[in-house]
Design a protein around this ligand. Structure first.
Ligand SMILES: Cc1cc2nc3c(=O)[nH]c(=O)nc-3n(C[C@H](O)[C@H](O)[C@H](O)COP(=O)(O)O)c2cc1C
Length: 170
């Protein structure tokens, strides 16, 4: 897949086939996250892969929409506020920035391998924290349900603002 096809094939998938992706496929996807750049290369991230009969339903229960129950795998992306870079000038914590890049790598690699996924940030943060017994400096940033989509992924037209609305040439 060329890059343009990849980024237009990536779309939020909210319905999955009843087929769990193999471990080596998931490892390839996680490897793409591992390769992501981060401020000062601090890599302030951890990924929990929930797919077992015990844990998967407990992670599904952290999001209120029923569609998540069809996901055979949910990756929980966790930011570590102890290991992150803070800008000297204003103390800005870059956890969200670093995690977003890693998650995008992960999602794009999943797309290339034919897996659908969806960013989920509107989850129950306290439930995730207590499920995984996270200390206060570890923040769950996103759930990423993934699996094989009902239909093969292919490039789609995206509803996006026009370039001239979002770009200023100076
Ligand atoms: C940071 C972020 C958080 C999101 N959270 C949710 C969510 O909680 N639930 C959901 O169904 N979709 C969520 N989405 C998916 C967006 O609704 C979706 O990406 C957007 O509508 C564009 O559609 P597309 O992904 O198909 O291109 C989220 C996306 C991003 C980037």
């Amino acid at each position: 897949m060329n890059f343009h096809d990849l980024i237009t094939s990536r779309q939020s998938i909210r319905s999955f086939k009843d087929k769990t992706p193999k471990r080596d496929v998931l490892e390839q996807i996680l490897e793409a996250a591992r390769m992501a750049p981060s401020a000062v290369n601090f890599q302030p991230w951890e990924f929990i892969v929930a797919s077992s009969a015990d844990m998967l339903p407990r992670v599904h229960a952290c999001y209120h929409r029923d569609w998540i129950n069809t996901a055979p795998v949910v990756v929980v992306a966790i930011g570590n506020h102890k290991e992150v870079w803070r800008r000297q000038a204003d103390g800005k914590d870059h956890t969200d920035v670093d995690l977003s890049i890693a998650i995008d790598h992960l999602i794009l690699q999943a797309t290339e391998l034919g897996l659908g996924s969806c960013w989920v940030c509107n989850f129950d943060v306290d439930k995730v924290k207590s499920l995984f017994d996270l200390p206060s400096y570890q923040e769950p940033i996103a759930l990423i349900p993934m699996g094989y989509p009902e239909e093969d992924l292919k490039p789609v037209d995206k509803e996006r603002k026009a370039l001239d609305e979002i770009v200023k040439w100076v």
